[in-house]
Write a protein that binds this ligand. Structure first.
Ligand SMILES: *Cc1c(COP(=O)(O)O)cnc(C)c1O
Length: 394
């Protein structure tokens, strides 16, 4: 029987029917260690009982009322995010791309307020910001843009992690009003700036000097993934705009755009909106997720991240394998393309992502324990060692 689905994904020949913590169970009842967490989404693990109860209880109470009315749970969620972020105000949507759309609109408004008729946003090579037209235009990946022109205007692309390139763009283009950047690039395979999070302090200084907005895409790095609630909390700087989604609902779709300082008072009534953003149900789930993340999983992500990264360096360093990232956002970079490891790992009961052909991108649930972390390292190290030794003999 042919599938009724548009073939937008080259799906692996496997499907899951049940999950528990870091484990997924397929239709045959086979168990897999999930190092993907649904692509950095299920930080609290699959079928987390506290989240399940929040969903069920709220579904029995009130699911949706619209943003025509006050939504008390959305107000509470805004306060919770303000407390964990140091930001001031929130707008809620349903995905990462929507959160970034809000940020892009804010940057343009900010520009127009300064009488810049065609405001431009600096974006990076190898970045990923989503699949809507504006966010794919911001994305630094030709494959994602191919076939969808004309792209949305108003983006200036520079190499990632290159302060001089930004200064050069500033000198050449008086229309720049903002920088949109991932603290650690995710989709392109966990690319960490060479000075780590000090990069964000450098970007903050540039934005202050030029009166630009610093807009951080923390859709993947946020919600505890790097061992702090937001990745910028490893730096000494606050952004003007932060977007997040993925881990915010542990699998329930919700995204947020957070603002402060120069970006705080740009949107007024009627200037932005969405039917579903911040429903009572979504807000309740995200509130519960934030509370649960702070009870241990974020600290655990820092600890287990160290343990896993250290072990990979020790096990595979002699083979030219390097490790980058922070917390449980770990890139294991091989000296040759390794997409075939996805299938081999799956046969060995491990789900993993390979990005940019040679980068194993590990994003396990933040609740992974020592035993599971060690199993992950042991299995992947063995696969990588065999794989690289084959290359040597060929
Ligand atoms: C996943 C992701 C997005 C897009 O989020 P969606 O929910 O898929 O729209 C944007 N930016 C980054 C950094 C992401 O990882």
């Amino acid at each position: 029987m042919t599938s009724a689905l548009m073939p937008t994904y080259a799906r692996q020949p496997i499907g899951f029917v049940r999950g528990e913590g870091v484990w997924l169970y397929d239709t045959e009842g086979r168990r897999y260690l999930d190092t993907t967490a649904g692509i950095a989404v299920c930080g609290l693990g699959h079928a987390n009982p506290v989240i399940a109860e929040a969903i069920a209880d709220q579904a029995r109470t009130l699911v949706h009322t619209s943003n025509l009315y006050q939504v008390p749970l959305q107000e509470k969620l805004g306060e919770a995010l303000r407390a964990v972020s140091g930001m001031d105000l929130c707008f809620f949507g349903n995905s990462g791309a929507e959160a970034n759309e809000a940020a892009i609109k804010l940057a343009r408004l900010f520009g127009h307020r300064k009488n810049i008729a065609e405001p431009a946003i600096i974006v990076m090579e190898n970045s990923f910001h989503g699949r809507t037209l504006a966010t794919l235009s911001a994305t630094g990946n030709a494959k994602i843009q191919a076939g969808f022109g004309p792209l949305v205007q108003g983006f200036v692309r520079v190499p990632h992690d290159d302060i001089a390139a930004i200064e050069k763009a500033a000198a050449e283009n008086p229309n720049i009003v903002a920088i949109l950047v991932e603290p650690i690039q995710g989709e392109s395979g966990v690319r960490m700036p060479k000075n780590g999070f000090r990069y964000l302090d450098d970007l903050r200084a540039i934005c202050d000097r030029h009166d630009w907005l610093l807009m951080l895409d923390e859709i993947q790095t946020g919600n505890g993934r790097t061992g702090k609630y937001f990745a910028y909390q490893h730096s000494h700087s606050l952004p003007d705009v932060v977007t997040t989604a993925k881990g915010l609902g542990n699998g329930f779709p919700i995204g947020a755009c957070l603002v402060r300082a120069k970006a705080r008072d740009l949107f007024g009534p009627g200037m932005h909106g969405t039917t579903y953003g911040g429903t009572p149900l979504g807000s309740r789930v995200a509130l519960t997720t934030i509370a649960e993340l702070q009870k241990g999983p974020i600290a655990n992500a820092a600890r287990m991240g160290e343990r896993i990264s250290h072990a990979f360096r020790k096990n595979l360093g002699d083979l030219g394998v390097t490790v980058e990232g922070a917390g449980l956002m770990i890139g294991v970079v091989l000296p040759k393309p390794c997409t075939e490891l996805i299938a081999r790992a799956r046969e060995d009961g491990v789900l993993l992502i390979v990005s940019a052909e040679n980068r194993i991108r590990l994003l396990p649930p933040l609740i992974i324990n020592e035993e599971e972390a060690d199993l992950l390292v042991e299995k992947i190290s063995a696969l990588v060692r065999t794989f690289l030794s084959e290359g040597a003999s060929a």
